[in-house]
Design a protein. Structure first.
Length: 487
């Protein structure tokens, strides 16, 4: 597989659920307009030659990546083989309700469409509809494919070393590990409130939100490839827009980062005229129906500046300093230290833009547990992790540019970031269907069922809270229901 084909497959993978959105979640007129727009963008993508057809991923490399992705998929809890985080009550219910009910999902059945991001589930659910039964194999293959594509982009950009691509997934857990160690010793630096100001790596999020890991990994991976190969960053607008239907918070933060990079570029080099319609304008217009669905809620999510919520300003400040500032400071220091010893071909501005966003995002809370921060950071951590770990291939080549002190710095950073991921892997290895069958007296494991609740509203109502269930109910008379929804 060459890079050009990898780009096309990645785009089509993100695109397919969006095509289903426009077929089932919009009226006929908008479906036709969107179809013409997608066809125009697809024609441009197919004819584009910026992504090299000469750089090849060999069959052996692809097999290695797919095998790794399938293992990650099993360990994450997808299909219920290994330990499943609490969020699987929502994941499995969404998959089941999409299989069981007509689209769009309406609660009640004659009411407005529910405003949830279903992108990850709709393709396996459609396949299940065709087969007549809920097909776990479909969601396993679909998840493995998405993770594989994302890893491919990092693999290419990091000297074709799979271990380095996986290390990027663990980036961001440093402060989480330090605070956890302190808590184990009996010292709690701050009181844990009803929402957190923390950084969770993409590897940690894999076990909670595989639906959001995939678009974050694809966006981050494609973006760092564009930056390293000096490909116009405008080419990232379309995949970012496609990711809204998959994961709204990672898509928002990716949009902001991309906007910052493009604004700087346009100020310096002038506004682009060539291909602007297909690379920027049409994709942005295609995001509008999805966004209108997301804002058509009867009850909005918890949102506001963090100092407006109870919990104590001093405690919040300590939490911010330990979990956010510490992560950013160490990342920036390591990057500055290593970049002095090895010349960089990748522009550094996007890295500092990511660090700035990491400092600012915690100021505003969205969601009961602050999902905006936990999930919104995911694509940013992919980019930041790449910038720090891009120095690792030089160690394999025996380069004199990186001295022994640099190796020690990287080793310490790696150990701190990887330690949490190692505990999650060990948990999945210890608690799974196989171990429960072999050691029934020692290990109790029961996968989260798919059909306990008929829809995600009732699942959220029973397992989370009434407020969290209500925030996804659609709103009669909203712009989406009036102008976008199928009649």
């Amino acid at each position: 597989m060459n890079i050009r084909l990898l780009r096309l497959v990645s785009i089509f993978y993100l695109l397919l659920p969006n095509l289903l959105f426009y077929v089932f979640w919009t009226n006929q007129l908008i479906s036709i307009v969107a179809g013409v727009s997608f066809a125009s963008i697809a024609y441009f993508e197919i004819r584009d030659t910026r992504f090299s057809p000469d750089s090849i991923l060999k069959t052996g490399e692809l097999i290695k990546i797919i095998l790794c992705a399938s293992i990650l998929c099993l360990l994450s809890g997808v299909c219920g083989f290994a330990y499943q985080a609490f969020d699987y009550w929502a994941h499995n219910t969404k998959f089941f309700e999409l299989f069981k009910h007509d689209w769009p999902i309406r609660i009640p059945s004659t009411g407005p469409a529910i405003g949830y991001y279903y992108g990850y589930y709709v393709v396996p659910a459609l396949f299940s509809k065709f087969t007549g039964h809920l097909c776990e194999g479909a969601i396993f293959v679909w998840t493995t494919l998405g993770i594989s594509l994302g890893i491919c982009w990092l693999y290419i950009s990091l000297g074709r070393k799979l271990r380095y691509a996986l290390l990027v997934l663990t980036f961001g857990d440093l402060a989480h590990v330090c605070v956890s160690v302190l808590a184990k010793t009996g010292f709690t630096p701050y009181r844990f409130g009803d929402f957190g100001i923390e950084v969770w790596s993409n590897f940690e999020n894999l076990f909670w939100v595989p639906n959001q890991l995939i678009p974050s990994l694809l966006i981050g991976g494609m973006l760092v490839y564009c930056l390293t190969e000096r490909i116009d960053v405008e080419r990232m607008v379309f995949p970012v827009v496609l990711s809204f239907w998959w994961a709204v918070f990672p898509a928002i933060t990716s949009s902001v980062l991309l906007g910052i990079i493009l604004l700087k570029k346009w100020i310096k080099s002038g506004f682009p005229n060539r291909n602007f319609v297909n690379t920027v304008l049409l994709p942005c217009l295609l995001a509008i129906p999805v966004l209108l669905l997301f804002i058509s809620h009867e009850r909005q999510a918890v949102a506001g500046f963090v100092w407006n919520f109870s919990g104590g300003f001093n405690g919040r400040m300590i939490e911010y300093l330990l979990n956010i500032v510490l992560n950013v400071a160490i990342s920036a220091s390591v990057f500055a230290f290593l970049s002095k010893r090895k010349p960089l071909s990748t522009p550094v501005f996007p890295y500092y833009a990511v660090l700035g966003m990491m400092l600012l995002l915690p100021v505003f809370r969205i969601g009961k547990v602050n999902d905006f921060l936990f999930r919104g950071l995911m694509p940013l951590l992919i980019v930041a992790g790449f910038y720090v770990y891009q120095f690792l291939p030089a160690l394999d080549s025996g380069s004199n540019m990186i001295k022994k002190r640099a190796k020690v710095v990287l080793l310490v950073l790696l150990i701190l970031n990887v330690s949490l991921a190692a505990t999650r892997v060990m948990r999945a290895i210890q608690i799974n269907r196989l171990s429960a069958q072999l050691l029934p007296g020692s290990i109790a494991f029961r996968p989260v069922p798919y059909d306990t609740y008929p829809n995600v509203y009732e699942a959220l109502q029973a397992k989370w809270s009434q407020a969290e269930a209500d925030q996804y109910l659609g709103k009669a008379g909203s712009l989406y229901e009036i102008f976008i929804a199928p009649k």
